[in-house]
Design a protein around this ligand. Structure first.
Ligand code: SF4
Ligand code: SF4
Length: 143
């Protein structure tokens, strides 16, 4: 993302772009090991504008949420003070100029994660979450 005051070498690409790189963030996740870990990810995916993906064997949570420093012209309002993660972003591999993502897996809904959990842990994996039916005893009728 270029400054709204200073134009950098990369200005051509950023001038054409709507600030794609400033409209989400992705956080690394611990590699899930058991049902609880996968269920936590299912919970992340219950929220709007989230996805979970695997890239190069590593798991990430992606949250589509625009940075508050992106102005109406798609320029960074705090360019000189922008966080280091923004400074380290590579222009030549950015969301606008780079190639398509090569995800190994990409979950965009809790339902997709449920289906994956069924494959991994068995079709009846969610049965344990269902409330157990109470056993009803038939009352003997008095004669
Ligand atoms: S995605 Fe690329 S072109 Fe678009 S604002 Fe970010 S660095 Fe600039
Ligand atoms: S701080 Fe600036 S460069 Fe970093 S994400 Fe926000 S708008 Fe983009």
């Amino acid at each position: 993302m270029v400054s709204n005051t200073k134009k950098k070498k990369s200005k051509i690409q950023c001038d054409k772009c709507t600030g794609l790189c400033c409209r989400y963030f992705a956080l690394p996740l611990d590699t899930p090991e058991d049902w609880d870990d996968y269920d936590d990810m299912r919970w992340y995916l219950c929220h709007e504008d989230t996805s979970v993906f695997i890239e190069d064997g590593d798991w990430y949570l992606n949250v589509k949420n625009k940075c508050t420093n992106l102005d109406d012209s798609n320029r960074c309002k705090i360019y000189d003070l922008r966080p280091k993660i923004c400074r380290g972003y590579k222009m030549d591999e950015c969301d606008f100029t780079g190639s398509e993502y090569d995800y190994e897996l990409h979950f965009t809904s809790a339902h997709q994660m449920e289906e994956y959990m069924k494959i991994k842990f068995g079709e009846k994996v969610f049965d344990k979450l269902k409330p157990k039916k109470k056993k009803t005893k038939k009352k003997k009728q008095k004669k």
